[in-house]
Design a protein around this ligand. Structure first.
Ligand code: KIV
Length: 259
């Protein structure tokens, strides 16, 4: 997958698939299973580190996890999230840090939360040759301002953000936490692909946090986070059987021992 092919998918009506990944082993599985794009999201703060939100994630941590993912991925487009507050530090600082992420990891693009307010940053990055995906609607890095994660329903703001991100040169746009009808409206108006998460069925593609879609996340998950299997149960069952066999002395057996 390349940025031009990503854009072409919208023109040909082919739905785009995206999942997050943060480590070598799962990134390899996800890539080999045929996903179009892997996002090293700042959601790693929650699913990898147990943080309450994405705010504590640092550039160095994004670089570490993106390096692990890039070693695994052969086909998918790898996108690294800009962690809070990188894209609010001015155009030059954002270019400097994004270029560092690209150079040190080998990823193909960055994603930043923002639309109209981030137009000059997106423009600067694109002029520097750094492909950018925007992220509008519910912006998790705004969690403190929102007082929680709230569905965003202001159609005017959303359309202004989306069109500004496109005009600034973004090659794609995550639409998060918005009503399906608004997501359809935005998707119909844009030439660049929209990637929905909690944005209904009419986006040009979908993204989910890998641990949510594998059923690995503990505690409450958002309404849109469909678990396609129950990996938590599968892993817990396997660990339980391992413990039983070791305690009973049936593992290791001769098949798993050297002569
Ligand atoms: O950080 C992340 O994983 C994301 C996606 C859920 C869109 O931003």
């Amino acid at each position: 997958m390349t940025v031009p092919r990503f854009l072409a998918a919208k023109r040909s009506g082919r739905k785009l698939t995206m999942l997050t990944a943060y480590d070598y082993s799962l990134a390899r599985v996800v890539d080999e299973a045929g996903v179009d794009s892997v996002l090293v999201g700042d959601s790693l703060g929650m699913v990898m580190q147990g943080q309450p939100n994405t705010l504590p994630v640092t550039v160095d941590e994004i670089i570490y996890h993106t390096k692990c993912v890039c070693r695994a991925v052969q086909n998918a487009l790898v996108i690294a999230d800009l962690p809070f507050p990188v894209n609010h530090l001015g155009v030059h600082k954002t270019i400097e840090l994004s270029a560092r992420i690209l150079k040190e990891t080998g990823c193909h693009a960055v994603k930043l939360e923002g639309g109209a307010d981030q137009a000059s940053v997106i423009e600067g990055l694109v002029r520097a040759g750094i492909p950018v995906m925007g992220h509008v609607g519910l912006r998790p890095q705004n969690v403190l301002m929102m007082g929680g994660y709230r569905v965003q329903r202001d159609g005017e703001v959303l359309l202004a953000d989306a069109t500004a991100a496109q005009a600034a040169g973004a090659f794609g746009l995550v639409l998060e936490g918005i009503p399906s009808s608004l997501a359809k409206q935005v998707t119909d108006q844009l030439l660049i692909p929209t990637i929905g998460i909690g944005a209904g069925p009419d986006c040009d593609g979908q993204v989910l946090v890998l641990h949510d879609m594998l059923g690995l996340t503990s505690g409450s998950v958002p309404k849109f986070a469909k678990a396609f299997c129950n990996l938590r149960e599968i892993v817990a069952g396997a660990v339980g059987r391992y413990c039983d066999e070791v305690r009973q002395g049936s593992f290791p057996d001769s098949q798993h021992s050297y002569e």
